[in-house]
Design a protein around this ligand. Structure first.
Ligand SMILES: C[S@@+](CC[C@H](N)C(=O)[O-])C[C@H]1O[C@@H](n2cnc3c(N)ncnc32)[C@H](O)[C@@H]1O
Length: 294
């Protein structure tokens, strides 16, 4: 193919409207300083703020989304399990969500914590790899008595389990999840080792489709599969508790993170009961018109 010399040396021009506007302002504005000032403050910053305001994950959203899903589509009673209570910031918000959505009679919210603060790291997978800035023993120590008093004055559908996870996840409690199927497991105990203890006890009590939320997933070592909750997800999906168990990323709930999964165990005996068959599973599309509109 024949090219003229100037054609050979040029790149194809990016035809996006943004680039057209940028080229125009670049011609109008004199000097590198003004061009840069204009770009950073009137283009880059508003574009970033707009992007963030639409897509940033906010961990309160999925509490309501999950409760609504189970309220409208499934029969029975449920539980929400939070591991890592501290002062109860998220816990009382979850309790209020059950009240707001008129589900307090169907959902028990459990929270688990030693109320002694973070234990010492028990595994090298608990280590911060970026700046060795790990949690310190005793950090996030909660106020058990105050929390219990506040909750008893405002709510009925809760249980606060004081102690280490391996002690408080008793056989009796685990069997109560047969009648109150877990719908949301909220992992906020920061360490890989603590989260792993939870799953060692809980995994065979989880129904298919149960939502698992990892509060720290990509906030710890950028979600590296070598450490933290990301490590646990990686291990579970590589057969830690059997080849028939998978945590599937729920991108509708996770948005721009990798924090929310659905529990799936092939041939699991534990399933939710639907209220009725959803209309979209029973309806066939009748022909309407041939345009893209329905
Ligand atoms: C980040 S805080 C929880 C924050 C809380 N969810 C909130 O909404 O503010 C982590 C908590 O996990 C608890 N924790 C960590 N490992 C634990 C374990 N193995 N057993 C019991 N509690 C544990 C610590 O005591 C600490 O209070």
């Amino acid at each position: 193919m024949d090219f003229r010399a100037d054609e050979k040396d040029s790149y194809p021009i990016n035809p996006s409207p943004l680039m057209t506007i940028l080229r125009l302002f670049s011609k109008l504005l004199p000097g590198n300083y003004l061009k840069t000032l204009f770009y950073l403050n009137l283009i880059e910053k508003p574009r970033r703020l707009l992007r963030l305001s639409l897509t940033t994950f906010y961990r309160m959203d999925h509490i309501y989304a999950v409760l609504k899903e189970f309220k409208h589509h499934y029969k029975g009673n449920f539980s929400i399990l939070e591991f890592g209570t501290s002062d109860g910031y998220a816990f009382t918000k979850m309790l209020y969500a059950t009240k707001y959505l008129n589900m307090a009679d169907r959902v028990i919210v459990h929270t688990f914590d030693s109320f002694k603060g973070m234990p010492s790291p028990a595994d090298e997978k608990d280590q911060d790899l970026i700046a060795n800035d790990s949690w310190v023993e005793g950090q996030f120590r909660g106020r058990y008595e105050e929390l219990e008093e506040y909750c008893s004055n405002h709510y009925k559908n809760y249980q606060i389990h004081k102690g280490y996870f391996n002690e408080t996840l008793t056989e009796g409690l685990l069997s109560s999840f047969k009648t109150h199927l877990p719908i949301l497991v909220w992992i906020d105990c920061d360490y890989y080792s603590s989260a792993r203890t939870v799953f060692e006890k809980l995994i065979f009590c989880l129904p298919n489709g149960c939502v698992i939320y990892f509060d720290e997933y990509e906030q710890f070592n950028f979600g590296s599969r070598f450490t933290g909750e990301a490590r646990l997800v990686y291990e579970i999906n590589h057969g830690l508790f059997g080849d028939d168990i998978e945590l599937v990323l729920d991108s509708n709930l996770s948005l721009n993170t990798k924090r929310i999964y659905r529990f799936i165990r092939c041939k699991s005996p534990i399933q939710y009961e639907k209220l009725s068959r959803d209309s979209w599973t029973t309806q066939v599309h009748k022909r309407t018109n041939d345009s893209p509109l329905p």
